[in-house]
Design a protein around this ligand. Structure first.
Ligand SMILES: Cc1cc2nc3c(=O)[nH]c(=O)nc-3n(C[C@H](O)[C@H](O)[C@H](O)COP(=O)(O)O)c2cc1C
Length: 496
């Protein structure tokens, strides 16, 4: 890559003027996806060095890319944000031009699909995925190999593979990063999954709020069809798979798999009870494999490395909130939270300290600063009363009132509740009312205990994951930051 100038034109750098710089360029520039530390964007790479083209707010806008490069700031490869990453899923993100299949092919895209087709042994692929211990990256952490084996074992000639690219958690933008930066890795992972489970049809369910990801996926699918990596008789084999996009209309609940299936079918996106599970009765009643973007994105790297070298794998996080450096990073599974937030992210803004880190969005909870040494993996976070979720990580400093935070998430869940079941539809309204009452210092100790017991009712009685996990931000903040609640009780009640 040396000698070539790469400029990130993904969503975050776009919002910081990357396209205007591109227009003024007299140099040959390769457009690439996310390079990582978004808060320092627009970002470029020249002769292998990452450059921040950012200007101070007080400076006049650079007239050209050449001028911006002349006063750019180099970010050393020894910088912990770069050095501590292990980029398996995002290996080609920021390297390849996402709009050019030839570039992706030159960097190894579709080689694992080629190898899988040559070996013609679907169960061996599933066995590799099973042995790797890969768990779904969409939030629930279900073992991927087991899910693939279940769909593969279902009778019938027609099966479906679905990629869940709804990514609705506030503060989460990992999936968008892969789709914008390296769509062919996702398509390759999906095609391999389709081959392994015996599916001929694939859908990517992507949210309408991601226009650039949609555009780049469309281009990538069309190019892969032309080059024979998607479609009929792929690379001379008997394997056929078509992948289509389905654009969601911006409903968070459509990330829930049964609601997502309804939406793909053209019906209203509301959940239904499970069983039957999608593996048995999915899109148009067919056995359906649903995985998250990052889950599929792991497959080519896993097959390339093999189970041993893949090890525990990685997790992609979007780091945001009250932190000096925000952006997207991919770290070895089990990296301590402190390493991500303090070493890589630079910790809280000047003069402030970290109070907590919110993980798992509206279905998750908070890790208090005292537990920052917790390794980030599914079970350690669960033990703290939160979840790893899909990878949104929001840092909160000491100015944050945790009751306010809980109210924000409950308001989100109330707004996004589809209304089909009463515990979620009414429960989230009642929870929000109690939280507002506390925030307005009108709440009593009895309100606080009602809040807590209602949380359990909503979690136990709701139909789908939205309602079942909506109370988690309240329960988690009650567990770790009860004093924030007690301080808000009506003056007469404090100290009772
Ligand atoms: C309300 C709600 C929203 C969800 N949103 C998403 C989402 O945006 N993306 C995603 O991959 N999974 C989401 N999930 C989880 C999916 O239902 C499903 O578990 C996941 O797509 C399975 O893929 P995985 O095994 O690869 O994680 C959501 C679940 C619920 C209950």
């Amino acid at each position: 890559m040396s000698g070539c100038l790469r400029l990130c034109t993904a969503a975050s750098c776009r919002s910081r003027g990357a396209l205007a710089l591109l227009e003024t360029s007299t140099l040959p520039v390769k457009e690439v996806g996310c390079l990582g530390p978004c808060s320092e964007g627009p970002l470029a790479v020249m002769d292998g060095t990452l450059l921040s083209l950012q200007q101070a707010a007080s400076e006049p806008l650079e007239p050209s890319l050449a001028a911006a490069l002349a006063r750019s700031r180099a970010i050393s490869s020894e910088d912990s944000f770069l050095k501590l990453q292990r980029r398996l899923v995002l290996a080609r993100c920021g390297v390849v031009d996402p709009g050019c299949i030839n570039d992706a092919l030159a960097q190894g895209a579709y080689q694992q699909l080629q190898a899988v087709l040559a070996a013609d042994n679907p169960s061996a692929v599933i066995e590799t995925v099973r042995r790797s211990g890969l768990r779904g990256r969409g939030g629930a952490g279900y073992p991927t190999g087991l899910k693939w084996a279940t769909v593969a074992a279902m009778p019938g000639e027609h099966k479906v593979v679905v990629c869940n690219a709804d990514e609705g958690d506030p503060g989460a933008f990992m999936d968008r990063t892969l789709m914008e930066g390296d769509p062919h890795t996702l398509l390759e992972g999906m095609a391999i999954a389709a081959f392994a489970v015996g599916a001929q049809q694939g859908y990517i369910y992507v949210r309408a709020e991601y226009p650039l990801a949609i555009e780049r996926l469309r281009t990538a699918i069309a190019a892969a069809e032309v080059r024979g990596w998607l479609g009929k008789g792929i690379r001379g084999s008997r394997f056929n798979v078509a992948i289509e996009l389905r654009v969601g209309a911006g409903a968070y609940v459509c990330g829930e798999e049964t609601a997502l299936i309804h939406s793909i079918e053209g019906r209203r996106g509301v959940p239904r009870p499970r069983p039957p599970y999608p593996a048995e009765h999915g899109v148009f009643g067919l056995p359906t494999l649903i995985n998250n973007v990052e889950t599929f994105g792991n497959i080519p790297a896993l097959l390339r490395l093999g189970v041993e070298a893949y090890g525990a794998g990685t997790k992609v996080f979007s780091l945001t909130g009250h932190v000096r450096r925000s952006g997207v990073l991919e770290v070895p599974m089990g990296t301590p939270l402190r390493t991500i937030v303090e070493t890589m992210g630079g910790g809280a803004p000047p003069g402030r300290s970290i109070k907590a880190v919110q993980t798992g969005g509206p279905s998750g909870g908070c890790v208090p600063a005292s537990a920052l040494d917790t390794p980030v993996d599914y079970d350690s976070l669960k033990a703290l009363g939160t979840i790893m979720g899909s990878g949104g990580m929001v840092v909160l400093d000491d100015t944050t009132n945790m009751v306010d935070l809980a109210a924000f998430f409950i308001a989100f869940s109330r707004e996004e509740s589809c209304g089909k079941c009463i515990p979620c539809r009414s429960g989230t309204v009642q929870l929000e009312m109690l939280l507002r009452k506390l925030l307005e210092r009108r709440g009593s100790a009895a309100d606080l205990s009602q809040l807590e017991s209602l949380c359990h009712t909503v979690a136990d009685a709701s139909l789908c994951g939205l309602g079942q996990s909506a109370p988690k931000p309240v329960l988690s903040t009650l567990r770790h930051f009860r004093s924030d609640y007690l301080e808000l009780l009506r003056p007469a009640e404090v100290g009772r």
